[in-house]
Design a protein around this ligand. Structure first.
Ligand code: PLP
Length: 417
């Protein structure tokens, strides 16, 4: 079926929740995709930060094909080949940079998306606070303490945690929320990187706070990193109250910043980390990982999923995590990411560049529309993304090279010039 027919069918039968670009992508390899007209495009958005190994990496394709021939799905009623290995690899990655004596086992819940991983983190934070309060209560007062335990989750202004009702409530962007009221309550927003405001919130409402949930580097808002001081204040304030620090690493995790997880750039270790996007390089999979002492709050029946952690999902994730390790992709991310920021900053129309590793953004000078640049970039063979009227965001595959960055900068130079 040609592009025109596909476009007509989608326009009639697919909900219009995305303003789709006028192109149909039909195949790809590495950094490149090919559209239905045979045009090649360099991909600097990678399925919204998902295709970490690039398109159709042989290790993922082989893992998917081999597993599909063996077993696709059986459900969480059973043990599943490769799942323990993936969970252990993630646990080991959480401990990178942690003194041996302080290392802990992390346990994971397997989900299918970022929003679901965050839903799991929200439920676990509240249940943990309740069980902790009950355990500390005097005999006979446990049920009362359980019911009255802290339940508020502190989130950051301009955050993005997903599109389900609870994760939308955690997404402190009133324009996204208003049409869908009522949303679940129990979230309070504070400005990112304002330590005084966070301290004041804890002074005023500390007794009712069970967690802080934040993106170490806000992605959808246009790549806005937390400061190390703010992350450390969040860690201190939560620890003082027995509350949890939850890092949403759906976008900045799994080597996107060159480190296994974004939080490792800020000198803190959280209690819960949510993962999705790049972990299986395109196969839909998410994880909510928690220190084992926190994860212990969940008992059979407290949480679940039909599809999460299927045979196909975990074999994909295992192939991806092994490839990232074996092909030294972290080094590539650090080197090419630094090169990308330096080259973007040299462009005449760019006023600010932000980012870590291969999670970067460029703010354009006043009067230049980022969405317009994205549209015109298609004609130059580039898949780009704008997070706002004047911000371009770059989330290429982690295998992106300096030559790819050169091609990007050359084309962008022409578009901005
Ligand atoms: N959290 C963050 C930080 C994200 O960037 C996203 C998606 O962009 C989500 C959560 C939601 O993930 P999903 O779309 O897989 O539900």
């Amino acid at each position: 079926m040609g592009f025109a027919e596909q476009r007509a069918l989608e326009s009639e039968y697919v909900m219009g929740t995305f303003a789709r670009k006028p192109v149909q992508l039909v195949e790809g390899a590495g950094m490149r995709v090919v559209d239905s007209e045979g045009n090649q495009l360099l991909d600097f958005i990678a399925g919204i930060g998902v295709c970490s190994l690039g398109h159709c990496h042989p290790s993922l394709v082989n893992a998917l094909c081999e597993q599909a021939h063996k077993l696709v799905h059986v459900s969480n009623y059973y043990y599943i080949e490769n799942r323990g290995e993936v969970a252990k690899m993630v646990s080991d990655l959480m401990n990178v940079g942690v003194e041996e004596a302080d290392q802990e086992v992390w346990q994971s819940f397997f989900s299918n998306s970022g929003a679901e991983s965050n839903e799991c983190a929200i439920k676990l934070s509240r249940l943990y606070a309740r069980k902790r309060a009950a355990a500390q209560a005097e005999p006979g007062k446990q049920a009362q303490a359980f019911a009255a335990a802290p339940r508020t989750i502190v989130v950051m202004e301009r955050s993005f945690h997903g599109r389900t009702l609870a994760t939308l409530a955690a997404t402190a962007q009133p324009v996204k929320q208003e049409a869908f009221m009522p949303l679940p309550d129990g979230f309070v927003a504070t400005p990112l990187n304002d330590i005084a405001a966070l301290e004041q919130l804890f002074e005023q409402q500390g007794d009712s706070i069970c967690a802080i949930m934040l993106e170490p580097i806000q992605g959808e808002s246009g790549v806005h990193p937390a400061t190390p001081e703010f992350m450390q204040a969040a860690r201190r304030l939560t620890a003082e109250r027995g509350a949890l620090l939850v890092c949403d690493e759906v976008q900045c995790g799994i080597f996107r910043t060159g480190k296994p997880f974004g939080f490792q750039n800020f000198g803190v270790v959280p209690d819960i980390v949510t993962i999705a996007k790049g972990v299986a390089s395109g196969f839909p999979m998410g994880m909510c990982a928690a220190r084992a002492s926190v994860a212990a709050a969940f008992e059979p029946g407290d949480h679940g999923t039909t599809f999460g952690g299927s045979n196909l999902a975990v074999s994909s994730a295992l192939a991806v995590l092994r490839t990232i390790r074996d092909e030294a992709i972290a080094e590539n991310v650090l080197r090419v990411g630094a090169y990308m920021r330096e080259r973007l900053a040299s462009l005449p129309g760019v006023v600010e560049v932000r980012g870590f590793g291969l999670m970067n953004a460029a703010d354009l000078r006043e009067g230049v529309s980022a969405p317009d640049v994205v549209s015109r970039a298609l004609g130059k063979g580039l898949l780009l993304n704008a997070t706002g009227p004047s911000t371009l965001r770059f989330l290429p595959p982690l295998i992106c090279t300096e030559a790819d960055v050169d091609a990007l900068v050359e084309a962008l130079g022409e578009l901005l010039g």
